[in-house]
Design a protein around this ligand. Structure first.
Ligand SMILES: Cc1ncc(C[n+]2csc(CCOP(=O)(O)OP(=O)(O)O)c2C)c(N)n1
Ligand SMILES: [Mg+2]
Length: 327
């Protein structure tokens, strides 16, 4: 598959943004500036970037507790994300949701989710809506390896398959569910094999190779858009941090971590870019623009006020319910 220079640059921008945002979230959390739980996406950037590069602005995604990367890759605004992580009034959820509850309906981001396996059902619901309205939109459902042991995964693949819904299921197999390695939580190697139980295509790719992810996702998205139904893509990747910030990750063997660091998706893409003819200056220009955007996001968050006490009881009921009632 021919992937042109512009597309490569676009994917690099998405990956660099995620890498820098997450690295900063790591240090800000350590400084005590970010309350609550933070699950970082460091090391997994190629999965979100490669998949979201195949989507239109109007398409949808569902996300997980490890969601920053998905949201950034789908065009989420770093300012409102950072403000939400800081728990400030200007954040995506007015500072009341935090890291695991970021949504942006204008960008088709149907929400991060602290409930493991809950995004599958939301994706199927959204896919059913798209199919019913025949609007040509596609839904990507991101989730982890361990969540494929949940009933919701199986129910969702089954329904998406029989109804030929425009959903692409993207499993980020980072080989762990908290501290439980894949070999201890399931008896198969390739999660993509689970697709065969539902009569849909299942493909396993090197999830740290953004071009491989892009290629697999392009085909799956095109298939979904044509009304030919869902696909399961397994991106084999690795989380470079513990399960959450504060987890030292001592259960991950040192050798394993070393091997995966050699497969870090960012330097791999930089090498490809250099081979493709990108100059150091071109790459530095992207890095500088990301650094400036991130610095502005942090200033925005730090200068924003905390939510007022009265806001605790505001937005308790969903305005989506209100919209449905009006219709
Ligand atoms: C329904 C439910 N069960 C258990 C948990 C606790 N929990 C949070 S993350 C996690 C592991 C998820 O692993 P995986 O799906 O592989 O995602 P990863 O964290 O590796 O990205 C568990 C069990 C939860 N949040 N929700
Ligand atoms: Mg996992």
């Amino acid at each position: 598959m021919k992937i042109d220079k512009e597309q490569i640059q676009d994917m690099y921008l998405r990956m660099r943004k995620i890498r820098e945002f997450e690295s900063k979230a790591q240090s800000l959390f350590a400084e005590g500036k970010i309350p609550g739980f933070v699950h970082l996406y460091l090391g997994e950037e190629a999965a979100a970037a490669g998949v979201c590069a195949c989507l239109d602005d109007e398409d949808f995604i569902t996300s997980t507790h490890r969601g920053h990367g998905h949201i950034i890759a789908k065009g989420g605004d770093l300012k409102y994300m950072m403000a939400e992580l800081y728990g400030r009034e200007t954040g995506y959820c007015k500072g009341k949701g935090g890291s695991m509850h970021i949504a942006d309906r204008e960008r088709g981001i149907l929400g991060a989710n602290g409930i493991v396996g809950a995004g599958h059902n939301i994706a199927v619901g959204a896919g059913l809506t798209c199919s019913y309205l025949n609007n040509g939109k596609v839904v990507v459902c991101f989730f982890g390896d361990a969540s494929t042991n949940q009933g919701t995964f199986h129910e969702s693949l089954n329904l998406a398959s029989i109804w030929k819904l425009p959903v692409v299921f993207v499993c980020e197999n980072n080989y762990y569910g908290i501290s439980m390695s894949q070999g201890r939580h399931m008896s198969i190697k390739d999660i993509a094999d689970r697709a065969s139980a539902y009569g849909i295509p299942g493909i396993a790719v090197d999830g740290n190779d953004v071009l491989a992810v892009y290629e697999a996702a392009s085909e799956a998205v095109a298939r979904a858009r044509k009304g030919h139904g869902p696909t399961l893509i397994e991106c084999k990747t690795y989380r470079q941090r513990g399960h959450f910030e504060g987890d030292p990750g001592t259960y991950k063997p040192a050798k394993e971590q070393e091997e995966w660091l050699k497969k870090d998706p960012l330097p791999r893409l930089v090498n490809i870019m250099k081979e493709t003819g990108f100059t150091d200056d071109e790459i530095a220009a992207i890095d500088n623009s990301v650094a400036a955007e991130l610095a502005a996001a942090i200033t925005f968050a730090e200068e924003s006020p905390s939510p007022k006490v009265e806001s605790t009881v505001e937005d308790v009921y969903s305005d989506i319910v209100e919209e449905v009632r009006v219709r």
